[in-house]
Design a protein around this ligand. Structure first.
Ligand code: COI
Length: 357
């Protein structure tokens, strides 16, 4: 790996008490370029701007995908990554679907480890805090012909993060817009999936909601995801989440929640969630919780949902009665080395890792 460290760290000017999600970047980034059918040697360099023409194919045709990951600091100041290989596998699934070259494992994994080691001072400690890491791949060829690009860049940037949404939010169950369709790119973390969600979300915000529960494009009768997250529903004491599919992202937090819930002996069902069953449970008073999970937020609880012009309040549960909050704590305790990790998910970032890559 090529190493070009900054001589001008910005960390002393970063106000650790006053920042918002995704607005500040750590001192370094990783970049690796693809040309003539192969990836170059990855490079650690100071975080900064890169020169791209407006004719860059990623800007015009959307060949771009990304991952969301986090690093955590424990009480002793050690830094940990979480389920790195799940994100590595998924970025390559996304890349493949977007006709982009897959990234070699050593570029992704060593890049992460080196960046986290060199910039470990940027990983915030304290409850709910973490360093949000964004690996991404995008086309870099200049050209306007609509075709597969011949040049790409893989990059890893990172940004200190407090919890992304802290308060419970209201969601609208979509009866028109969709985020994915059969045969489409819903399972991929394609940048365009997020672009396409902004307008419907804006309309939902104008109606007094913060997020959308995305339903299937054909009938709008089944839950798929919520906002930028996977969705869970609790009816009585049973937890439901839809199975992953070509329309639903195979979320790392989703999978972790499922395993943690099973580990606790909770009744968990991975099956389609029909809007009509949710509405029936609402009527019967058995609908206890709906929540979203994702790397950035970990968990967002929903306090209300809207369906066909009516708003329904969800019960306000104490944290010890909320399955969403119980599972969130289980997960964060593992991520931050505050509890044993029976699943082998946590990975300590070794010091001076540069010597080994
Ligand atoms: C994540 O949870 O990592 C996401 O991808 C959401 C992102 C759009 C902030």
């Amino acid at each position: 790996m090529i190493i070009q460290k900054t001589t001008n760290s910005r960390i002393s000017t970063f106000d650790q008490d006053n920042y918002s999600f995704g607005d500040h970047f750590i001192d370094h980034m990783i970049i690796c370029e693809y040309e003539n059918g192969k990836w170059s040697e990855p490079k650690l360099m100071p975080y900064g701007q890169l020169p791209f023409s407006p004719a860059n194919m990623a800007f015009n045709y959307g060949q771009a995908c990304f991952e969301g990951m986090k690093a955590y600091k424990d009480a002793e100041g050690e830094v940990f990554l979480f389920r790195v290989h799940k994100n590595f596998e998924r970025i390559n699934k996304s890349a493949k679907r977007l006709a982009m070259p897959e990234i070699p494992e050593h570029v992704f994994v060593d890049g992460l480890r080196v960046l986290m080691d060199v910039d470990r001072a940027w990983v915030p400690s304290g409850e709910g805090n973490s360093l949000y890491i964004r690996p991404l791949i995008f086309a870099t060829e200049e050209g306007l012909k609509a075709r597969i690009s011949n040049k790409y860049m893989f990059a890893i940037v990172a940004s200190p993060a407090k919890s992304y949404y802290s308060e419970p939010v209201s969601v609208k169950i979509s009866d028109y817009y969709s985020r994915a369709a059969n045969g489409g790119v819903g399972f991929a973390k394609a940048a365009g999936n997020y672009a396409a969600s902004f307008y419907p979300t804006q309309l939902a915000i104008e109606e007094g909601y913060e997020q959308i529960i995305w339903t299937d494009d054909a009938t709008h009768e089944y839950f798929e995801e919520s906002g930028t997250m996977n969705v869970f529903v609790r009816i009585n004491d049973t937890i439901y989440t839809p199975p992953t599919s070509e329309k639903i992202l195979d979320g790392v937090t989703r999978d972790s929640f499922l395993q943690l819930a099973k580990h606790r002996g909770m009744d968990v069902r991975v099956e389609p969630i029909a809007v009509k069953d949710v509405m029936e449970a609402q009527k019967q008073g058995t609908l206890k919780e709906i929540w979203g999970v994702g790397t950035a937020v970990v968990t967002t609880s929903f306090k209300a949902f809207g369906y066909e012009n009516t708003r329904y309040a969800l019960p306000e549960l104490a944290p010890e009665d909320s399955y969403a909050m119980i599972l969130k704590k289980d997960l964060v305790d593992i991520q931050t080395n505050a509890a044993p990790d029976p699943f082998g998910w946590r990975e300590k970032v070794e010091k001076n890792i540069l010597e080994t890559v």
